[in-house]
Ligand binder design. Structure first.
Ligand code: SF4
Length: 325
């Protein structure tokens, strides 16, 4: 049976203008996200991975319209989310929520947790005072927080508890899609596992779809069923988790996979670490932007840009590399 597509990103670009001089002249563009297209099916947990500066956070923020896209569009639930305005945008926004890396920065320190969790219902005029209060208590319980904490302020909670509050707020309006941007990377390892399990459980119970942005491949392997690998603003490989982890096709994905620490395998594994720095997105290399770091590069790699091409029979694993074309 065909799965329902909940989100379709079509040729998304997000460029930030670089201005210089007394006249603040536009001299170049920082191509943070450059012509990115992908689909997310209902119930998917799509992990977006890559080194820092690869554009994964900007992609998440552009999808949710925290940043206006330079070009391209995002179809969400069959509607062009990028072109919505006014009441239509407000109504649709309920269905896409975001969780940030630093819960402390994303929660208003002057408000109690009860007030923070009641806000979404008040903004969208959902329920009377008692109904909102009941729903807030339910959200606290659902996310593993004791409802007696309802009158406490964010600073009175631990980092893990604050992330639970942020998660509670993100699920308040029963969204269809949650974009989680490095939601566990600021937490201790033991707390990370609890938060990942909470996200997984909520996903199953509520039928949520996630785009999970992370630099940590072990976290992504644990949580996600699909993975998109980004390099310098572009997706270079996307496919089912197991295929990417057992049979990565793109040399960049292979290098990322090789860089995961492997403990207790009893023998030394061949390690192919990435060498060199990620080039600047202001003046990215021509052709395949990975070519200055790629040990398989061929003459055409610096002249033409490879497109994402399907590499498997299920049509769900795509790679942008001339080795596969
Ligand atoms: Fe390497 Fe060429 Fe493939 Fe780019 S297209 S990853 S440079 S082999």
């Amino acid at each position: 049976m065909e799965q329902e597509i909940i989100l379709k990103a079509q040729n998304i670009c997000k460029y930030f203008p670089l201005k210089k001089g007394l006249l603040n002249r536009h001299v170049a563009d920082i191509k943070a996200v450059d012509d990115v297209s992908f689909e997310v099916q209902k119930g998917d947990i799509l992990g977006v991975v890559g080194e820092s500066g690869c554009g994964k956070s900007t992609l998440g923020r552009t999808i949710i319209r925290l940043y206006p896209p330079t070009s391209g569009k995002v179809m969400f639930d069959g509607e062009d989310f990028t072109s919505l305005t006014g009441e239509q945008l407000r109504a649709k926004r309920k269905q896409i929520q975001m969780i940030f890396q630093d819960p402390y920065a994303s929660l208003d320190p002057r408000r109690t947790v009860g007030h923070i969790l009641a806000q979404p219902f008040k903004i969208h005029k959902m329920g009377n005072k008692q109904e909102i209060k009941d729903r807030v208590m339910e959200l606290l319980k659902t996310t593993g927080l004791d409802p007696v904490y309802v009158n406490r302020y964010p600073h009175e909670f631990s980092g893990g508890q604050r992330q639970r509050i942020a998660i509670a707020r993100s699920i308040a309006l029963n969204p269809g899609l949650i974009i989680a941007d490095e939601p566990v990377s600021a937490l201790d390892a033991s707390i990370q596992a609890q938060i990942l399990n909470l996200l997984k459980d909520l996903g199953e119970k509520m039928g949520l779809t996630y785009i999970f942005i992370s630099h940590d491949l072990t976290v992504v392997e644990y949580l996600c069923n699909k993975i998109a690998v980004m390099y310098l603003g572009k997706i270079v490989e996307i496919g089912p988790r197991d295929e990417l982890f057992t049979n990565p096709k793109h040399p960049y994905t292979q290098a990322l996979m090789e860089s995961i620490p492997k403990i207790g395998q009893g023998k030394k594994t061949k390690r192919v670490f990435l060498t060199g720095e990620v080039p600047s997105p202001i003046n990215p290399p021509s052709g395949c932007t990975f070519h200055p770091r790629c040990k398989h590069k061929m003459p055409k790699c610096s002249q033409q840009t490879p497109s994402l091409i399907t590499t498997n029979n299920n049509n769900d694993h795509q790679v942008a590399c001339y080795l596969e074309q």
